[in-house]
Structures are given as C-alpha cells and as structure tokens.
Design a protein around this ligand. Structure first.
Ligand code: MD3
Ligand code: FE
Length: 203
C-alpha cells in the first residue's frame, strides 16, 4: 500500500522485496560493464558514495561539474541498457503514485559502504521537474534526511529499508535531501553495503 510521506512523495514499503535477488543480479551484470567509481564534487571534494549508471544517460560528477552523458568516460562505450525488469518496477511504482507515463532514461546506481553519506542537496540536473524520481533501496538500511525547499529547513529523519521504493514527485521533487552515514552491518543479499537505484527522466 502507498503511504504519502509528504505532498507528492509516496513510499511503497518493501515493494521491491520479491525482486531484490533479480535486481542484485542485474546490478552486478551492469557493474561488470560500467564499474562503480568515486565521484568528486565540482569543488574537488571526494564523495563517499560510489556510483555507476545504466540507461541512455548516466550521471557524472567531477571538477567540471554535475552532468549527464551518453558514455561512461572510463569505458568509451555507452552506458548499459536499463534492464526490462528495472523498467517494469520503476513504471509500476510510478503508476502507484499516479504517474502513468513515466519513462526513465537514466538509472543511477549508488553504493554506500560503512560511513558513506550524502550531504543535503537538491536534484536539479534534470530538465522536467514535473517528472518524478523513483528510488529503490537495497541491503543495509539508511536514515534518509528529508528537508524542505530551502536549505535552512531542518530535515526529518526517515528510515529506508531493504526493498523500499519511494516515488518523489510534486512538491517534494525539489526538496533538499540526504543520507546519514551508513552504520556497519551485514545484509544477506548485499553483504556490508547499501545500494540505491534512482530512476529519472533526464531529457
Ligand atoms: C527526494 N540518492 O541519487 S534516494 C540521489 O539513497 C540521491 O542514494 C539518495 O539523493 C540515495 O540524488 C536518496 C531518495 C531520493 C532520491 C532523489 C530525490 C529522494 C529524493 C529527489 C528529490 C527529492
Ligand atoms: Fe538526490
């Protein structure tokens, strides 16, 4: 069942649970072709999260800034396709939240090791903010920080667990958000890490 977290955000708790093994197999196949890599903020600071992408566009961050590209720069070939099962999951989840025509062209794969975090930020590199973002959490749980539309608003803390899917649309699409440092642990499917997938329509 769909639980509204805030105006425009719909949490589908454990929605991906039955697909998690298949998703992890697909993730490993993708990462064989487009390995995880460390990103750097435009100011040159290393990020603690490791990232890769699949789909028509992949997300990159380095001293040249945040951007989406057709190619994995380390592979000189296009990003791997988004697997059909990923598309179905993302589209079904979006439909549950009222988005009947969500066709993602990018899936960002984030890998969090112990202590990895994501500072409060907005996702503004996509063209059309009326399109939602669908996120899928796998493995170790995380404390998600859910802020407001301005950076100074103190974020709410919300636990995201293995299999949780959230559709971020409406007013929450431009909300500040982040992830608290991941606490050490072991998960039967992912071992000592958390994976997060974010499905987006970038262009
Ligand atoms: C709320 N990822 O990739 S997922 C990101 O767990 C990102 O890896 C986090 O923030 C992660 O940009 C959080 C949940 C999420 C994703 C995108 C959002 C929440 C969002 C965009 C707008 C508002
Ligand atoms: Fe984000």
């Amino acid at each position: 069942k769909a639980i509204p977290l805030a105006e425009g955000a719909v949490v589908l708790r454990r929605y991906a649970l039955d697909f998690a093994e298949n998703i992890m197999d697909e993730i490993h196949t993708i990462l064989d072709q487009a390995p995880l890599k460390k990103m750097y903020t435009p100011s040159g600071l290393p990020m603690s999260v490791l990232s890769s992408s699949c789909g028509q566009y992949g997300w990159l961050s380095d001293q040249q800034g945040y951007r989406y590209t057709h190619h994995d720069p380390q592979q000189s070939k296009p990003w791997p396709d988004i697997p059909k099962s990923f598309m179905q999951l993302a589209q079904n989840a979006a439909a549950q939240a009222g988005y009947q025509n969500f066709i993602p062209d990018s899936c960002l794969i984030n890998c969090y090791r112990t202590g990895a975090k994501l500072s409060l930020h907005q996702d503004k590199d996509e063209r059309d903010f009326s399109q939602p973002i669908v996120s899928v959490s796998l493995g170790l749980s995380a404390i998600f920080l859910f802020g407001g539309l301005e950076r100074h608003i103190r974020p709410l803390r919300y636990r995201l667990e293995h299999g949780d899917v959230v559709v971020w649309g409406g007013a929450t699409r431009l909300a500040f958000h982040g992830i608290e440092p991941i606490v050490a642990g072991q998960h039967p499917l992912t071992g000592d890490v958390r994976f997060n997938l974010t499905f987006r329509k970038v262009f």
